[in-house]
Every structure is written in structure tokens, then in C-alpha cells.
Write a protein that binds this ligand. Structure first.
Ligand code: 5AD
Ligand code: SF4
Length: 465
């Protein structure tokens, strides 16, 4: 399959195009898909002769890779544009070219080129291959107004983030498909990211083999709905996991995000059977109320979800779950909300990302009255987070004394005590984070650790030989 990288001219020998050599700072908002896309943009621009810098003030061009999933995420970006301009003025530096990429570019298009916070360039999720040329023209002062907004979906636009540019530790992100066909009624993603379109299994395997040959040992397969992966009607997600598992040298496979509706028993059995696939399922439930789930068009009931969890807990050793929740969906009553608290208590998630419903323009739920007041949404959010914390503390507390294996991902930011030497971050296969003090390790080392305590969502551990 053609990728953007394939389509680019070879710029390794030829002089860079007009205006390149400029420095670019990329700031990423939102989900892991955006993190991956920013890596792909980084690779694309470096190949075209641009320099990527890590300080906004040092850049000729600033690209904000944005998220539209909630109103607040969009507001943050708009005020960030003002702040970036202000920082330049205060430092007495020339204004940079500012570009908006990602979901906001797709949703708002030319509107972003108007008003006091207007930007110079708008490039949507499927058009990053145009960036080298556009940035060349913009920094060279030859970019026409009508060329400055490039949006619209293209099924061929599958990016590859070059592995050599990224640290070999931790998980390498690998996007396996883009877009979403589910159309949950609250969600803007099917509009900003377009219809679901798969990267081919061959391209995925090639990408992962490249990661392994540049030292990576772990990948996280990414997609809005990875469990709905379906290559030309012939290869589903379970079969893809089998194929990825066969890549020699690869040690661990994680994936995000699963849709509960697609977590069939054969997929769960495959996850259980494949040693390299990590026992951690991020399967957002969104709500515990059947009435709300129906109105969200989630295609499962509370009971079906719980059955899936029970089956997975029996089949997959040490499996853990994480979720997203939305509170205050239109029409959510107190008893609907209580059902959400109940499912949180019942599943006992390791992690729950909890959000207040945010009406997005043009989505089906926007036709429903956003009738849960802001104060009530805030109260429900706080209550849900408190239930999650309480549930988690009980689960985590019961782990103290257990012995786990984890992989060293790097140095921890803070030492636990001054005397005991550096602290290290470990991650277990089922996605639990452990901080361990003392000793000298290499990133990627596998260690056994005895759990000695908990600090918020992180465990504290001691080396166990
Ligand atoms: N309002 C609030 N949260 C939302 N999400 C998606 N759309 C909205 C919305 N309109 C949440 C869902 C999803 C996560 C990525 O963001 O919980 O799983
Ligand atoms: Fe949005 Fe639903 Fe698709 Fe997830 S599955 S991206 S919540 S529409």
C-alpha cells in the first residue's frame, strides 16, 4: 500500500525545496492517534529538510495538532494561539507561521482563518502530505490564500511514523486504521476522522518489523475502534493479532481502543492464547444505563458488557480493564447515573477517564436537549470520580505484598527517598505502573518487584530477586 512516505520525492540528496530548512515546533493535543500523527508529520517534515525543534520560541512554524472531542479541548487550542502570538511579541521576535492540524482543522476549516485568533494554515487529518510544500511556500512568502486550507477525507492517507526518530523504550504506537463507522450519537470523531479505513496487514507488519529492527520491543496498535479492524472483509482484529504476534523479536503487543460490541469470545480467546498480547483491555462503557446506552447507540446492554468482562476475567490471566465514562448525556436521570456508579463498582476498573457530556455541533445527540445542568454534570463527575477512587484503592490495596514482573520504561521523575538512589518506572503486562527505588537498570530490563504500597494510580515496589 502506498503511504505518504512512499509518495515523497527522495530529498536526501537533492537540495531542499524553497523555504525549507525552516524550524518547526509541533504541539499535540488529544488522543494517541494524534500523538502518532504528530510523529508521522515530524518524519515527513524532517525528510523534506525541515528542522524539528522543541521550543515554540525557537520555531519559524508552529503546528498545533488538535482535538475536537469536547468543547473545552477546542477552546484550549484557540487560546493557545493567542498565547503563542503574545509570547513572540513579548520576546520581541517575529511572528511564526501558525498552523492547525488534526480534528479541529477538519471540523472548522476556513473558520480558523478568520477573527482575532486566526491562523496561517489549516490542514486536516488526511492531508499531511501537503505540509512540506505548503510550509515551504509559507515560509518563502509565496502561499496563496486559497491554498491555506486543506481538508477532506482520503482513503489512501495512511501515515507511517518512522521508528528511527523515536525512543526505543516504551510502546511504539502503530495506527492500524483510521476513522470510525460506529457513529455513537455524541461523538464528533466519525466526522472529523471520516469513515473507517484500514492500513493493510502487510504495511502494519512492515512497520512493526522496522520498529523491532531499530530496537523497539513493544507496540501499541491504535485506532478509534481497533476491535472493528477488517481488512477487505477477510482479516479481523483477532487474525491481525496472530499475524503481529509472529513478528520475530517483538515482545509485547497492546492495543487501544476496543469497542465492547466487538469483544467477541473468539477475540478474547485469541488474546488469552497469544503470549505477546498484554492482558489489558481499554473497553469504554460510557454509561451503565441501558436507556442511555441505547440513546448513545452503543450496541450493547449493561448485562452484555458485564458478561464480556466476566468471560475475559476467566479466560485471560491477570486481565485488567480501563474505561471512559460520559456523565450528563441528554436525558440522563439520577437513576441512569446511579447505574453508571454501579457498573464502576462492579467492574472495578484500573482506570476510568470520566467526562462531562459536551454537545458537539452536527452530531446526532445535538438534536436532543442538553438538559442536564452544568452544576449537575459537575456533581455527577465528582461523584463518579470518587467512586472510582474508592473502588481502585480497595483493589490496589489488596495487591500489596504481591510479586509482579515489570519492564523498566525509564527513570521516574522524582526519587522516593534521597538515600536510595534513582527511582525507576516499570510497567507490568497488564498496564500497572510501579515505581521502584534503587539499583541501576537499562530501559527494557524485566524485573520482579514486590508491591509495597500505592500512590494514587501508581504502585510502589521493591526489587525481588
Ligand atoms: N462529550 C463528552 N465526552 C465525549 N467523548 C466523546 N465524545 C464526547 C462528548 N461529546 C469521550 C468518550 C470517548 C472519549 C475518547 O471521549 O468517553 O470514549
Ligand atoms: Fe466516537 Fe463511538 Fe467511534 Fe469511539 S466508537 S470514536 S466514541 S463514534
Amino acid at each position: 500500500m502506498a503511504t505518504f512516505q512512499d509518495n515523497l520525492p527522495d530529498l536526501t540528496v537533492a537540495p531542499a525545496a524553497a523555504g525549507t530548512g525552516a524550524s518547526v515546533y509541533i504541539e499535540t493535543y488529544g488522543c494517541q492517534m494524534n500523538v502518532y500523527d504528530s510523529q508521522a508529520i515530524d518524519g515527513l517534515l524532517k525528510r523534506a529538510g525541515f528542522t524539528i525543534v522543541d521550543r515554540d520560541l525557537a520555531a519559524d512554524v508552529i503546528l498545533l495538532n488538535t482535538c475536537s472531542v469536547r468543547d473545552l479541548a477546542e477552546h484550549k487550542v484557540i487560546s493557545r494561539v493567542g498565547e503563542l502570538r503574545h509570547r513572540r511579541r513579548r520576546a520581541d521576535l517575529p511572528q511564526p507561521v501558525i498552523g492547525i492540524c488534526g480534528c479541529m482543522a477538519e471540523r472548522m476549516g476556513t473558520d480558523l482563518r478568520k477573527g482575532p485568533r486566526k491562523v496561517d494554515l489549516v490542514v486536516g487529518v488526511d492531508n499531511y502530505d501537503t505540509l512540506p510544500d505548503l510550509l515551504g511556500k509559507l515560509t518563502g512568502g509565496t502561499c496563496a490564500t486559497e491554498q491555506r486550507t486543506v481538508t477532506g477525507h482520503r482513503s489512501d492517507a495512511h501515515y507511517v511514523a518512522p521508528p528511527a526518530l523515536y525512543p526505543v523504550n516504551n510502546s511504539h504506537l502503530v495506527t492500524i486504521h483510521k476513522g470510525c463507522d460506529y457513529k455513537c450519537t455524541y461523538c464528533i470523531v466519525p466526522y472529523t476522522r471520516g469513515p473507517q479505513s484500514e492500513k493493510s496487514p502487510a504495511a502494519i507488519i512492515e512497520e512493526i518489523s522496522g520498529i523491532v529492527s531499530s530496537g523497539g520491543r513493544e507496540v501499541t496498535l491504535l485506532g478509534q475502534n481497533v476491535t472493528a479492524y477488517n481488512w477487505q472483509g477477510g482479516m479481523g482484529f483477532a487474525a491481525l493479532l496472530e499475524k503481529v504476534s509472529e513478528v520475530p523479536g517483538l515482545e509485547r503487543i497492546r492495543f487501544l481502543t476496543g469497542h465492547p460490541h466487538d469483544m467477541h469470545r473468539d477475540l478474547i480467546d485469541t488474546i488469552a492464547r497469544l503470549d505477546k498480547v498484554c492482558p489489558w483491555l481499554h473497553v469504554p462503557v460510557q454509561s451503565g444505563s441501558d436507556r442511555v446506552l441505547r440513546r448513545m447507540k452503543r450496541y450493547y446492554t449493561r448485562d452484555e458488557y458485564l458478561e464480556m468482562v466476566t468471560y475475559a476475567r476467566r479466560a485471560i490471566k491477570d486481565v485488567t480493564f480501563s474505561t471512559d465514562f460520559i456523565v450528563g448525556f441528554p436525558g440522563e436521570t439520577e437513576s441512569d447515573f446511579q447505574a453508571t456508579l454501579e457498573i464502576a463498582r462492579e467492574v472495578k476498573y484500573d482506570q476510568a477517564f470520566c467526562f462531562k457530556y459536551s454537545e458537539r455541533p452536527g452530531v446526532p445527540a445535538a438534536k436532543l436537549a442538553d438538559d442536564v445542568s452544568e452544576d449537575e454534570k459537575k456533581r455527577r463527575l465528582a461523584e463518579l470520580m470518587a467512586v472510582q477512587e474508592e473502588t481502585w484503592n480497595a483493589v490496589a490495596g489488596a495487591c500489596v505484598g504481591e510479586i509482579w514482573e515489570g519492564v523498566v520504561e525509564g527513570r521516574a521523575r522524582h526519587q522516593l527517598t534521597r538515600e536510595d538512589g534513582p527511582a525507576w518506572r516499570l510497567r507490568t503486562a497488564n498496564n500497572r505502573k510501579v515505581i521502584l527505588q534503587g539499583g541501576e537498570f537499562e530501559v527494557g530490563d524485566r524485573l520482579r518487584t514486590r508491591i509495597t504500597g500505592i500512590k494514587n494510580t501508581t504502585f510502589l515496589g521493591a526489587r525481588q530477586d
